[in-house]
Design a protein around this ligand. Structure first.
Ligand code: NAG
Ligand code: NAG
Ligand code: NAG
Ligand code: NAG
Length: 481
C-alpha cells in the first residue's frame, strides 16, 4: 500500500502536468481530495474481504464498499475525490513520461468556471446519449478487463452499431444493459442515464469496485454535443450511471468514490419503501390511530420522475401530494441495528409520494393493497442526490410544499413518530436493504389534492439552509396512443 501513496503523488503530478498542458479537460484541485479519501480509507479498511454479492446477511458496499475496493486496488480512491481512478492510470503513464517535480498540492490550480466549447471527440472515445434506447458508455477495451485499471484505454460502447455522434464506438454486448432510465434536464442542459448491468455479459469481475470515466479518463473522451460528462461503471453492484452536461459543474467528477448512487441521483431499480402514518399530525388528519410500530408499503421504481418532469393525474384519480425526506441506502444489509443505521445511509433526497387518495381509501375499506393508489407512473417525483454530510441531523429537516406558490405542507422531521435509524432497523428486519433503495420516511400534515395545470414546488432545508428545491408541473395523464 505504500506504493499506492507513491502512485497518488505521481498521479497528482501527472494531473498537474496535464493541466498545464491545457489538454482537453482542465484538472481540478487535488487537495480537497485528500481528506475525503482518507476518510474513506479508514472506513473501508476493516472490510478486507468483500462479501459476495448475493450474500444477504453481510452488508456490503455501496459507497463504502466502493471505496474499499478501490483502496485495495489502489485505483481510484486515492486520488481524488475527483477522479480517482484516473489517477491510477496516470500513475502508470506518469512514470514513463514525466519528470516534473511539481508538488501535487500546487498543481492543477486552474479550475475553470466556464465550460469549454464542445470539441470533436476522439475516434472510439466519443459517445452519444439520445434516450434510454440509444446511448453509449465506456468500458475496458477487452472482455473481462478491470474497469479502473483500464481507464485510460477505455472505449465507447453503444447500444447500436454505427450510432451517429459516436464514430468508432463498439457495440455493447447483448444483455449487458439490464435497465436504462433516461432523464433530461432541459433547463440545466444535461441528460442522464442510470440503471443496472449484467456484468457477466462482459466477464467483469464481481470483485471489481469499478471506476469513473470523464474527459480525463480516457483523456479527450467526450459526448457529442456536451461539454462534460461523468460515467461510473460498478461491476460489483452491477450498476452504471452516466450524465452528459452543458455546464461542467452539473457533472460531478469529483465524487467518484461515492459510487453511482452517491454521484448521480436516479433510478437504479431498487426498492422504494414508503413509511405510512409516520407523522403524528398527518396520522390524525387522515383519522388514523398513531401506530405503535412503523408500517410500510412498496412503490415501484418505475414511478420515479426527476425534477421538472410532469406529475400525471390519471382519469378518475384524486391525486394528493405528500412531501417527504427520502433516505438513499448505501451499504446494504439486513437486521441492521438503529445504532449502525447511519453506516448504511449513502445520502438523501427530497421526494414526493403521490397518492391516488380515492383509490387508497377504497383499498383500505376493502382490505386490499395500496399498490395502484401509490404506484402509477410519475407518482414518485424525486430530487437530486443530497450528500450525507449536508444533513447532519435527520431529526431536524424542514419539509415544505407549495401549490402555485401557496404553502400546503410545512413540517419538520422532529415530528416523525419513528426516527430514521429506527425505520432502517425495522425495515431491515423484514427485507434486506440494498444499495440504491430509497426509504420515504413519511409526510407531515397538510396533504391535499393536486390538479392538472398546477405547479407543485417543494423544499428541503436543514438548520435554516435550503438544500433542495424542486418543481413539478401537474398534467393529465395522456390517453393511450
Ligand atoms: C447474466 O448473464 C449471464 C451470462 O450470460 C447469465 O447466465 C445470467 O442469467 C444473467 N443474469 C441475469 C440476472 O440476467
Ligand atoms: C465537486 O464539484 C462540485 C461542482 O463542480 C462542487 O460544487 C463541489 O463543491 C465539489 N465538491 C468537492 C468535495 O470538491
Ligand atoms: C405552471 O408553470 C408553467 C410553466 O412555467 C406556466 O406556464 C403555468 O402558467 C404555471 N401555472 C400556474 C397555475 O401558475
Ligand atoms: C411516506 C409515507 O409512507 N407516507 C405515508 C404517511 O401516512 C399516510 C397515511 O397513512 C400515507 O398515505 C403516506 O403514504
Amino acid at each position: 500500500m505504500k506504493q499506492s501513496q507513491l502512485k497518488m503523488v505521481l498521479a497528482a503530478m501527472i494531473i498537474a502536468l496535464i493541466a498545464t498542458m491545457a489538454v482537453a479537460a482542465p484538472a481540478e484541485k487535488p487537495h480537497t481530495t485528500t481528506t475525503s479519501v482518507a476518510k474513506h480509507h479508514s472506513t473501508s479498511k476493516p472490510h478486507h474481504t468483500k462479501s459476495a454479492h448475493h450474500t444477504t446477511t453481510t452488508p456490503h458496499h455501496a459507497k463504502p464498499k466502493k471505496t474499499t475496493t478501490k483502496a485495495h486496488k489502489l485505483k481510484k480512491p486515492t486520488t481524488k475525490a475527483h477522479k480517482p481512478k484516473k489517477t491510477t492510470t496516470k500513475a502508470h503513464k506518469a512514470t514513463a513520461t514525466t519528470t516534473s517535480t511539481v508538488p501535487p498540492t500546487t498543481s492543477a490550480t486552474s479550475k475553470p468556471t466556464t465550460s469549454p466549447k464542445p470539441k470533436p471527440g476522439k475516434y472510439g472515445q466519443t459517445g452519444t446519449i439520445v434516450d434510454q434506447n440509444d446511448f453509449c458508455i465506456f468500458l475496458p477495451p477487452t472482455v473481462g478487463g478491470d474497469i479502473a485499471a483500464n481507464e485510460d484505454r477505455a472505449i465507447a460502447f453503444c447500444t447500436k452499431a454505427n450510432m451517429p455522434g459516436a464514430p468508432g464506438a463498439k457495440v455493447l454486448p447483448k444483455g449487458f444493459i439490464k435497465s436504462a432510465h433516461f432523464t433530461r434536464n432541459s433547463a440545466a442542459g444535461w441528460v442522464q442515464i442510470t440503471g443496472r448491468i449484467n456484468r457477466s455479459k462482459y466477464s467483469l469481475s464481481p470483485k471489481d469496485g469499478g471506476g469513473q470515466y470523464d474527459a480525463r479518463a480516457p483523456v479527450g473522451a467526450s459526448f457529442t454535443g456536451y461539454n462534460a460528462f461523468v460515467q461510473l461503471t460498478e461491476p460489483d453492484s452491477e450498476i452504471y450511471c452516466i450524465r452528459a452536461c452543458t455546464t461542467k459543474a452539473d457533472c460531478p467528477v469529483n465524487k467518484s468514490t461515492h459510487g453511482c448512487v452517491g454521484v448521480l441521483g436516479g433510478d437504479y431499480s431498487r426498492k422504494i419503501i414508503a413509511i405510512g402514518r409516520n407523522f403524528s399530525e398527518h396520522a390524525k388528519e387522515l383519522g388514523n390511530a398513531v401506530p405503535k410500530s412503523p408500517f410500510f408499503f412498496l412503490k415501484p421504481p418505475s414511478s420515479f420522475i426527476s425534477n421538472g418532469q410532469a406529475i400525471e393525474v390519471p382519469v378518475g384519480c384524486e391525486v394528493h401530494h405528500e412531501v417527504e425526506l427520502g433516505v438513499v441506502i448505501g451499504k446494504g444489509g439486513r437486521d441492521i441495528s438503529a445504532k449502525d443505521a447511519h453506516h448504511h445511509i449513502a445520502g438523501y433526497t427530497l421526494a414526493l409520494d403521490m397518492t391516488a387518495r380515492n383509490l387508497q381509501e377504497q383499498a383500505k375499506k376493502s382490505g386490499l393493497p395500496w399498490s395502484a393508489a401509490k404506484g402509477y407512473d410519475t407518482f414518485t417525483p424525486v430530487g437530486e442526490f443530497i450528500e450525507k454530510e449536508a444533513i447532519q441531523d435527520t431529526n431536524d429537516v424542514d419539509l415544505s410544499l407549495k401549490i402555485d406558490g401557496v404553502t400546503k405542507q410545512n413540517g419538520n422531521t422532529r415530528d416523525m413518530i419513528f426516527k430514521v435509524p429506527t425505520l432502517i432497523e425495522y425495515v431491515s428486519t423484514i427485507m434486506k436493504l440494498q444499495e440504491g433503495d430509497v426509504i420515504l420516511t413519511g409526510t407531515p400534515a397538510g396533504v391535499g389534492r393536486v390538479l392538472p395545470g398546477e405547479n407543485v414546488t417543494c423544499e428541503l432545508a436543514s438548520k435554516g439552509k435550503i438544500i433542495s428545491q424542486l418543481r413539478f408541473p401537474v398534467v393529465n395523464r395522456p390517453n393511450k396512443a
